[in-house]
Design a protein around this ligand. Sequence first.
Ligand code: SGN
Ligand code: CA
Length: 534
Amino acid sequence: TLPACATAAPSPSQAASVAGEEAAQQRRPNIVFIMSDDHAYQAVSAYGGEIAQLAPTPNIDRIAREGAIFANSYVTNSLCGPSRATMLTGQFSHLHGFTKNGQRFDNATWNWVREIGAAGYQTALFGKWHLNYSPEGAGIQTWKVLDDQGKYYNPDIITPEGRSVVEGYATDLVTDFSIDWLEEERDPDKPFAILIHHKAPHRNFMPAIRHLQTYLGTEFPVPTNYFDHYDGRPAAAAQEMNIYADMYEGHDLHMTEEAGSNALRFDRWPDDFARMTPEQRAAWDAQMQPANDAVNEAGLAGRELALWKYQRYMKQYLATVAAVDDSVGRVLDWLEANDLSENTIVVYTSDQGFYLGEHGWFDKRFMYEESLRTPLVMRFPGQIAPGTRVEAPVQNVDYAPTFLDYAGIPARAAIQGRSLREVVDGEAPPDWREDIYYHYYEYPGFHSVRAHYGVRTDRYKLIRFYGDINQWEFYDLATDPGEMHNRIDDPAVQPIVARLQLRLEALRAQYRDSDGPAVSDPLTAAAKGRRDAE
Ligand code: SGN
Ligand code: CA
């Protein structure tokens, strides 16, 4: 559960900004949309979890403190490309058509950045795009992007002029590009929307040199379900995203072959390290070697090694978050130094959540809490009271209508989300959604997570996995927040299950999703294929 943070009384500076509200109304607000990749809400200290208290994010927290934190923020499909396409269009995956990574986002599809650009905003994108075509086609005016997933060190950068390797650390480079544009290139007489989209903390979790040792001495609390056996959950049992079974020891955990050697253990994609300069690699080795030698000398195995891998994963992952938080601080400071804090909306989010050892996992995809949720904080002085906590369930379909709303552009019928402006006072209108719909598609694919759809209410969750596994799951989050007990066959909950199945059917109709088997269809697609063939 998340901590309650009280709504603070208006501060003198807020009172002053309220006085300036009228002027702000006439000036269209700027938009700073910061997004990281795979940043778990458990690793944002404003969300209050134990892990993040050991690895705080003071700058991201500052957005929450001076604005709003969304306590119940969810995605519609926990995967990069689909989530980004949803944020651009305000639609679920089946409508914008980008259901799985590797597909191409159709440039002809409406998106809020092009719309806001046509209405007179300057639009710019720096960092990860990952929609498999040039951002130009989507109507983004200025852009400088990482190639595909992007590399941490000396990444390939693609601009309208072409591709080149730029020396530096990706998070810092994306920040530099953004601040350079804000400072030197934008037209100060026009409003702007800047998309600052980091690669971090995405796999393979390589921290900046300055953060390599930040958490080397920190012991993180091990999730109680780290050694999950997945009883009653066949899809969870069939995944390939286990920290101790599926992480590559060199590529992901940065372990070396033996004491005294700096040669990495299994490094499936060697380019991530091979592209470091000799100086970067030497600095890396100098800082990591003692810890790597120590684990090799200890000769850990079995459960001990599994626990060590959890600690190494957390140290590296959270160190990459530290650079993202630095970046947020630089951007907030720049806005302040340039008198732009008042009339600028700042949003920080991630393209989805992530597992930090819960169920033994890294990665995302499942409709279980840690990857269904995504961090979301938003600041807009004078419009959002400092310290606001929003309990209403929100989803990434809501971002596009929010940006349009604040920019004074009418919403479009094709948008399936709603403006967050309706809930940022901490009070949801009576007709705000009470439950959320989710649909994940990418199977077969990386990490072998079966396709599934489901509904989450404030207390219950019903999931249907389909394809070569046909399995319903039901969780009571009030008594089982870790989603360890699938109670789908428990007679006591059948009335609730039946009600949720009807609700799921209604949500699929409401959002016009006919992908996957109908709720009333007891067969999997595969079983159906066999039946039809007979
Ligand atoms: C890469 C990762 C996977 C990850 C996908 C999708 N492997 O393939 O672990 O699930 O991206 O991530 S990596 O070692 O090459 O990074 S997403 O954020 O783009 O959806
Ligand atoms: Ca991602």
